[in-house]
Design a binder for this molecule. Structure first.
Ligand code: GLN
Length: 294
């Protein structure tokens, strides 16, 4: 928004027409959509409602917020962090740079896990979520799965965000700080009907291929998992079998290119295996089933 005359009148339409090429030039792929979202949020409107006010002159305070939002996006800060919120499974989640931004792909995990919970003939099945981040998985399972949910994370700051989300959305989740299964306390269930995780699964070697939007902003701890990208699965695999009740299941998110290697990590036990694809038909969720007579 530089180069304009001093008394120039800015409208949402004019800013959008300026911002789209500006963000594109800065390497933002979804420039128009992002600009619409940011302008709408700055004006406290739904994205599509901005169109009804396209020719309204903006006041200096509105312009200042829009300018700040667009400048941050031009430096590749994700829209979700700029706005402090992201929708997941139809619910608004608070996000900060302490937590991974919930991804639509993870909704496949939630949907699959909810389907499994429905088949159980138990009241309040016990669920464990390893690595909760914003709490998006734990909270959806607590709200819609009628389950008793325990959510673990190594990051105190992430747990604070998750707790706030649970409060805002009216979900009861028991949060535990610590590393994988060892975060559970005395008195917590020793075994669960369902264990879920969207663990970090990017290999160190892939760092160079990552978009700055992710690499420079999202928590490294939530993204990277050692040289191989498999360390988190290896940690989970150590205790997973004994932590599941007979007939219990684990739903683990993964990246399609690593399915075989991940299956190998869990090769030590007699799991029943199933894979859920995402919308691109790539493997996205690995289901590990412990038979009811084991
Ligand atoms: N469970 C959270 C999510 O799916 C966080 C995952 C993570 O930090 N790797 O968004």
């Amino acid at each position: 928004m530089s180069g304009q005359g001093k008394n120039e009148v800015w409208t949402p339409l004019k800013i959008l027409q300026w911002a789209t090429p500006f963000l594109t030039q800065k390497g933002i792929e979804s420039a128009r959509f992002d600009a619409e979202c940011l302008i709408a949020a700055a004006l406290k409107l739904d994205r599509l409602k901005v169109y009804l006010q396209f020719d309204r002159p903006l006041d200096p305070a509105e312009l200042a917020v829009i300018r700040d939002f667009l400048s941050r996006r031009s430096k590749h800060e994700p829209v979700a962090y700029i706005l402090g919120t992201r929708e997941f499974y139809g619910k608004p989640f608070k996000v900060t740079p302490d937590v991974l931004i919930p991804r639509p792909e993870t909704e496949h995990l939630v949907e699959g896990a909810l389907g499994f919970l429905k088949t159980l003939q138990v009241q309040e099945p016990k669920v464990l979520d390893l690595g909760v981040g914003s709490g998006c998985i734990s909270i959806c399972l607590a709200l819609e799965g009628k389950a008793e949910v325990f959510g673990v994370d190594l990051s105190k700051a992430a747990l604070k965000v998750a707790e706030e989300n649970a409060q805002n959305l009216g979900a009861a989740v028991q949060w535990r700080e610590g590393s994988w299964f060892s975060a559970l306390k005395e008195g917590d269930p020793a075994q669960f009907h369902l264990i879920v995780s969207n663990p970090p699964y990017i290999a160190e070697a892939e760092r160079g291929e990552m978009a700055p939007d992710i690499l420079d902003f999202e928590p490294q701890m939530a993204l990277f998992s050692g040289i191989s990208g498999l360390e988190a699965y290896e940690m989970i695999a150590k205790d997973l079998w004994q932590r599941l009740l007979p007939g219990g299941r684990a739903y683990l998110e993964l990246h399609g290119t690593r399915l075989e290697a991940i299956q190998k990590v869990f090769g030590g036990q007699a799991w029943g295996l199933e894979v859920l694809p995402d919308l691109q038909q790539l493997p996205r969720v690995l289901i590990l089933k412990k038979s009811s007579n084991s």
